[in-house]
Design a protein. Structure first.
Length: 434
C-alpha cells in the first residue's frame, strides 16, 4: 500500500447548489503536533478486509474486537454499533427507557448523549454540573428524580471521570439505572475499575475524532444479561441468531429482533482494532501534555484547571478546558482568547453549548406531530415546561467562563514548553493591553 491513504485529497469545486462536503477526523495542531491518527496499518487492514468481502455482519474481526473490549472494560457482555449515539440508544432501551419516562443528564453535555431518549418517547431532564469538575452534580441529579425517572446518563466529559461512588449509591437508593457515556474517556478508570463497566451499561463512540476511531462506530458493554439481550433486540438484526442471545427469553424473536439495525461496519471496527492497540501510548502522551499545561495554568492568576475526583484516572483527553476568572486576571475572556490566538494557540469558548439553551429543549418541539412526544409544550398540547436562562445558574456561570485549549497527541520537540510560554505571555500581554 502506498502512503496515498494518508494524504489529504483536494476537494473539487462544488457544483452550484450542491451540499457542502465535510470530513470529521482528528488532526494534529500544526507544527506543534506530530500525531498521525491513521497510518499504513489501518489502511492495510481495510484493504485486506475489503478483498475478503468482510463488509457486513458479525465477522471474525468484529467478534475479536468485542471480546477484547469486554476484557478491557471488565464486562461480561459487549456489542459493537454503528456509532456512539446508537450505543446510547441501545443502552437506554436496554435499561427499559420508554414512553413517559424521564432521563436525567447534565446540561453541560453533547446532544447525542440524551437525544436517544427522545426517540424512545422519554423526556430529558437537565441537572447542574459540579463547577469544579464540569461533571454531573450528583446531589442536584438526586433533587430532580421523580417517579417517572428511569435512568441517569453520566457523561465522562472530555475524559474526566464522574463520581461513580455517588452515582451508584444514588442508584441503589432509588432504583434509577446509571448509563455511563464514555465517548470521550477511552481507557479511563475509577478506583481501578474501567469506566463503562461500573454502571448498568456503558457506551462509547468510535467516531472519526475519538481516541479509538472506526470512522463511524460505537460499542455498548454491560454486566446485566437483560440489558445486553435487549440491546441486541433493538439493534442487531440478523446478527443475533445463535450468536448474541444468552438466555431463552427472547429466542422466539430470533433472528430479527425488532428489525432495527445499529450494527457496526466491520471495516470500521477493523480500523478501530488497530487503533485500540495504541490507545495506552496515546493516553500516556496526552496525559503528560495535559498535566504540564494544567500545572502552568494553576500558577497563572485568573486561570484554573478542571478538578479530578479522588480515585479517578482520566483518559481519552478529548478536550482540554480551563476556567477563566476575568476579575482575578483583570482581562475579559474574549480578549484573553484573542491574545492566545495571536500567540498561535487555537483557543476557543467551551466546545459545546449548554443543552438547555438549545431551542429544541428550551422551546420544545412537537416531534411526532399532532401534539405527541416528550417535548410538547402547553401550546402544542403537552405539559413540557421548557427551559429559560437562569434555570441552571451554576452551569450557566461556569460554562460562560470556560476556555478550550488544543490537545497535543504527540508533541513535537519543545512543543509543550512553547504552549506553556504562549499561555503565560498571553495572560501578561492581555493584561497590559487591557
Amino acid at each position: 500500500m502506498s502512503d496515498q491513504a494518508n494524504r489529504t485529497v483536494p476537494t473539487a469545486p462544488e457544483p452550484m447548489g450542491a451540499p457542502p462536503v465535510f470530513v470529521q477526523t482528528a488532526g494534529g495542531e500544526g507544527k506543534l503536533d506530530q500525531w498521525r491518527q491513521v497510518t499504513e496499518d489501518e489502511a492495510q487492514v481495510a484493504y485486506d478486509m475489503t478483498l475478503r468481502n468482510e463488509l457486513s455482519g458479525g465477522t471474525q474481526v468484529v467478534r475479536d474486537f468485542e471480546a477484547e473490549w469486554r476484557r478491557r472494560v471488565g464486562a461480561r457482555y459487549a456489542i459493537t454499533t454503528m456509532n456512539g449515539t446508537s450505543a446510547l440508544h441501545s443502552a437506554m432501551f436496554g435499561v427499559g427507557v420508554g414512553p413517559g419516562d424521564e432521563v436525567i443528564t447534565p446540561t453541560g453535555n453533547w446532544i447525542c448523549s440524551i437525544a436517544p431518549a427522545l426517540m424512545l418517547m422519554a423526556r430529558p431532564v437537565f441537572c447542574e454540573i459540579d463547577p469544579a469538575t464540569l461533571l454531573i452534580d450528583v446531589d442536584d441529579a438526586r433533587r430532580r428524580i421523580t417517579e417517572r425517572t428511569r435512568a441517569i446518563v453520566a457523561v465522562h466529559l472530555w475524559g474526566n471521570v464522574c463520581d461513580m461512588d455517588g452515582l451508584m449509591r444514588l442508584s441503589r437508593e432509588t432504583g434509577v439505572k446509571i448509563i455511563e457515556d464514555c465517548s470521550h474517556a477511552h481507557g479511563a478508570s475509577y478506583r481501578g475499575r474501567p469506566v463503562g463497566g461500573i454502571g448498568h451499561a456503558g457506551a462509547w463512540s468510535f467516531q472519526g475524532t475519538k481516541p479509538v476511531s472506526a470512522g463511524e462506530g460505537g460499542a455498548l458493554a454491560t454486566n446485566d444479561v437483560d440489558v445486553f439481550e435487549r440491546a441486541c433486540l433493538i439493534g442487531q438484526v440478523n446478527r443475533m441468531a445463535g450468536m448474541d442471545l444468552v438466555t431463552p427469553d427472547y429466542a422466539h424473536l430470533q433472528p430479527l429482533g425488532l428489525g432495527i439495525k445499529f450494527r457496526a461496519h466491520p471495516v470500521g471496527i477493523g480500523i478501530a482494532s488497530v487503533q485500540l492497540r495504541h490507545l495506552g501510548e496515546l493516553n500516556a502522551r496526552r496525559r503528560n501534555y495535559v498535566e504540564a499545561v494544567e500545572r502552568a495554568v494553576a500558577s497563572i492568576d485568573g486561570l484554573e484547571p478542571i478538578r479530578v475526583h479522588d480515585g479517578a484516572e482520566r483518559a481519552g483527553f478529548y478536550s482540554l478546558c480551563v476556567m477563566h476568572d476575568a476579575g482575578r486576571m483583570g482581562v475579559a475572556k474574549q480578549r484573553f482568547i484573542e491574545a492566545l490566538r495571536q500567540e498561535g494557540i487555537g483557543a476557543q469558548d467551551a466546545p459545546y453549548p449548554l443543552l438547555h439553551r438549545l431551542p429544541l429543549f428550551a422551546d420544545g418541539m412537537d416531534i411526532y406531530g399532532h401534539g405527541r412526544g416528550p417535548l410538547c409544550t402547553a401550546t402544542m398540547g403537552g405539559d413540557y415546561p421548557g427551559y429559560r436562562e437562569g434555570d441552571l445558574p451554576v452551569s450557566e456561570r461556569v460554562w460562560d467562563n470556560l476556555i478550550s485549549l488544543p490537545v497535543l497527541s504527540e508533541p513535537a520537540e519543545g512543543a509543550v514548553e512553547t504552549v506553556v510560554a504562549s499561555i503565560r505571555k498571553a495572560a501578561e500581554g492581555a493584561g497590559e493591553a487591557g
